[in-house]
Design a protein around this ligand. Sequence first.
Ligand code: GLV
Ligand code: MN
Ligand code: MN
Length: 419
Amino acid sequence: MTTQIQIDQARLLSELQTLATFTDAEPASDGTAVTRIVFSADDLRARAWLNELALAEGFEVREDAVGNTFIRWLGTEPDLPAVATGSHTDAIPHAGMYDGTVGVLGGLEAMRALKRSGPRPRRSIELVMFTSEEPTRFGIGCLGSRLLSGTLDPDRADALQDNDEATLNAVRTAAGFVGQLASVRLPPNHYHAWIELHIEQGPLLERETIPIGIVTSIAAPAGYRFAITGFGGHAGALLMPDRKDALCVAAELILSVEKHALATGAIDTVATVGTCDVHPGAVNSVPSRVVLQLDIRDTNPDRREAVMHAIRRDCEELRQRRKVTITEELVNADAPAQSSPHTVELLEHICKEQGIPYKKLVSRAYHDSLFMARLAPIAMIFIPCRNGVSHRPDEYAKPEDIALGTRVLAQALAKLASE
Ligand code: GLV
Ligand code: MN
Ligand code: MN
């Protein structure tokens, strides 16, 4: 059955382009800029549009209390654990149009293609669109999949605040997602297997002209928030010896992060300070308080922790020398995830059978699959993206690669759903 599956590449492409029009971003000269922050007007429009596509196909749609959306094609034995796929449609500020969306719309097209090509499978097949894979609004990524897998305490999640001090509870309720967050959690064995299709977000597949990547593990991400409090005031009148400029301390801390991440010598250690909020943020005022967010990842969580130790030593030295306070808040420190050998072998088998070149690789980006691995055997399918670029408007994946990834996904779902 599987080789007869036909992917409607033109429709999939046109849907990706339509989804990209739900954006808060200003048009950019360097590509189609997409900004779609969770529960913004554009996110809600995108969700409504996706639900319509699913309902038009006769699939069942369910939304949970945090807005995770489940689109299900019922199998002939609907009580068996379903086979699932999916990803996210939220996008960081000034991003591209493929991150996450390929896995959602590709997943939908895979299900439609299976429905066109043959009878209902034994197990149901379900597409999941996760809420807030991106940490932009509430500071922590994979909100939906953390709650699904029981990795995040529901009360802590509801109390998370955005930059306007609106809580997740208030924002989700206003968006129409009501009920206890505790109800989001799914039991173990809810899914028979999980596969996520995603752009690689790195250069390896394109560099080696390989159209399919099979992810064997996902690196361990962690997030921290550092708040530096010094002593500010008038930029003209506050004399240099009397200052405790919090932004100067932040500058040293950012360079310490870079130094210690490089010092491991491991290509898999990465650390980024991607936000820096300066108070009061006026050109003629010495910064008195700065909040930094640190994103640090490694395939080896012990090495990641060793880098954090070195950063903390530097913080202590900065406190003494510059007479400031520095507080550190842990946002998340996650373990890596391993793909299931069975699912990886299945994907390898599909590629070998059809002569599709593939490569096994590690995902350095995180994905909702990191948390789905706590619920089910997982794997991920990567497709190449131009120059390995992602989280930028010029992110690009070739239509034929998207279609091929979708076809391999459909074939794997069909096989898993027959087990
Ligand atoms: C996901 O967007 C990540 O930052 O890896
Ligand atoms: Mn992303
Ligand atoms: Mn993504």
